[in-house]
Design a binder for this molecule. Structure first.
Ligand SMILES: C=C(O[C@H]1C=CC=C(C(=O)O)[C@@H]1O)C(=O)O
Length: 472
């Protein structure tokens, strides 16, 4: 089939919804979202991500079982934070307004397809901002112009357009059809192949970080603070610009069992492989994960099992973990009618570390929204500490780093109100030839700065390896 014919067919596919949207926009004198979802032949999500570079504003999401992968390219609409407002409610309100008069084709697309926002919130809107995180605001969500959803091997493409009063639907259909065709043609021929790369790594003030751990432990012993999570940064410089698609490919190969994410804002991309779900909503079911308390993997199955058993029996790690379970269970009891929390943790193993793990489940009350749960939960004591406010104050005072979106809620929200948010850990920020990686750990009263430092070194490994270095 020739290019012109394909493009004409796609144009016709888009046209009826756009015509209806344009008529509605004129009638109501306000913009209307038109969203069309259709099945497409199988495509590699990473090739789609790579070929979307021309449109920018790319977002990538994949769950730990790779059951659902979402790749957004370009922006049909953005919801950004409004200073001083409740940022969770602000995003929700803007999203509700846009959806109120939207045209959806089909009206009921499958889960993970149709109009859907991808993005995140910063860790702490009251932090001292630095240029490092330029482009990553306190809340930034994107409704992609093109979104590929891969669910159980089936590929769907959602095309979103915002139609303003006075827009010409035929012109829009033509432009969208041409872009769609180019995007899919490029994605079908492009394959993302990791080539070896190298970089120089600089520890950012390691001795000062260890002092801040001692100081935090002293505060915990003397004050009304149980636990605080302190993080540090590792800065990398490479000869070549870091390529997000290649790094995602390595993470995909090397980090099964973790969520994969990448969020591109202007010329930077924040990405990683996080094992930690903050909250997922599927109809009235809510799920969260308590993941805190860490040990290294063993070199042999025997050693691995021994380290896991020691972790399960270790009072310091059990205490760190119990604080997280307590807080998440409380937040669930506020937002849910029914809550299930196992009494004892099990182990969650990823390539470089093993964690104490307790899943939490609930049935949401009718008015509990996904973002209301994100607001209740963030930051959990696994990302911030406990009590929450005292821990945030300590982080602001002693950490000496701009966390930006590190350890923050990142995820997606669809038109039904379903979606999933994770904690943005095991992650790094790429900007041209530089990358900043982040890792933190829970500090309690008897924490030892040298062993906490070692723990952050283990937590850097997944990203260091994906960027082409250690453990290739
Ligand atoms: C804050 C991080 O990890 C958290 C998640 C799991 C285990 C943790 C711990 O054992 O300290 C941390 O709370 C990080 O990886 O940067």
């Amino acid at each position: 089939m020739g290019g012109t014919t394909v493009s004409t067919m796609k144009q016709l596919d888009n046209l009826s919804g756009l015509k209806e949207g344009a008529a509605r926009a004129r009638r109501e004198n306000r913009p209307v979202l038109v969203s069309r979802t259709a099945g497409i032949p199988s495509l590699d999500p990473l090739s789609f991500f790579a070929s979307g570079a021309r449109w920018g504003a790319r977002n990538f999401w994949s769950d730990p079982d790779r059951e659902l992968t979402l790749v957004g390219v370009g922006a049909a609409w953005r919801a950004e934070a409004v200073p001083m407002e409740d940022r969770y409610r602000a995003v929700e309100r803007e999203w509700e307004e846009l959806l109120a008069n939207a045209v959806r084709e089909p009206a009921d697309p499958p889960r993970g397809a149709g109009p859907l926002l991808l993005g995140g919130f910063s860790f702490d809107p009251l932090r001292t901002e630095t240029p490092l995180w330029e482009g990553f605001s306190e809340a930034s969500f994107i409704l992609p112009r093109f979104m590929l959803s891969v669910r159980k091997e089936r590929c769907l493409l959602t095309v979103n357009a915002r139609v303003e009063p006075g827009d010409d639907p035929e012109e829009m259909a033509e432009a969208l059809a041409e872009e769609e065709e180019e995007l899919i043609r490029t994605a079908a021929t492009l394959s993302v192949a990791p080539s070896p790369s190298s970089y120089d790594a600089f520890e950012v003030e390691p001795e000062r970080w260890k002092e801040s751990v001692s100081e935090a432990a002293r505060h915990i012993r003397e004050e009304n603070l149980e636990k605080v999570v302190l993080a540090r940064e590792l800065r990398l410089r490479s000869e070549e610009p870091f390529a997000a698609a290649v790094i995602l490919k390595r993470l995909q190969q090397r980090q099964p069992g973790s969520f994969l994410f990448a969020m591109e804002r202007s010329d930077a991309c924040f990405l990683g492989a996080s094992p930690e779900r903050l909250v997922k909503k599927d109809d009235d079911r809510l799920y969260s994960t308590c993941l805190a308390g860490t040990a290294a993997r063993g070199a042999t199955p025997e050693e691995d099992r021994k380290r896991g058993e020691e972790l399960l029996a270790d009072p310091k790690n059990r205490e760190e973990h119990a604080v997280v379970v307590h807080m998440i269970a409380e937040a669930f009891r506020e937002g849910c009618g029914e809550v299930r929390v196992p009494d004892t943790p099990t182990l969650y193993r990823v390539r470089d570390v093993q964690h104490l793990f307790t899943p939490v489940e609930g049935r949401s009350k009718p008015d509990t929204t996904l973002l209301a749960m994100v607001r209740r939960l963030h930051p959990t004591p696994a990302m911030g500490g406990y009590p929450q406010q005292a821990a945030l104050d300590r982080i602001r005072e002693t950490e000496g780093m701009d966390r930006g979106w590190y350890a923050a809620p990142l995820g997606w929200l669809d038109f039904r109100g379903d979606g999933e948010f994770i904690c943005g850990i095991r992650s790094g920020l790429l900007r041209g030839r530089t990358a900043s990686l982040f890792a933190g750990c829970g500090i309690v009263g008897d924490s030892d700065p040298d062993s906490e430092y070692e723990e952050t070194r283990m937590k850097f490994r997944p990203m260091l390896s994906a960027l082409g270095g250690e453990g290739r």
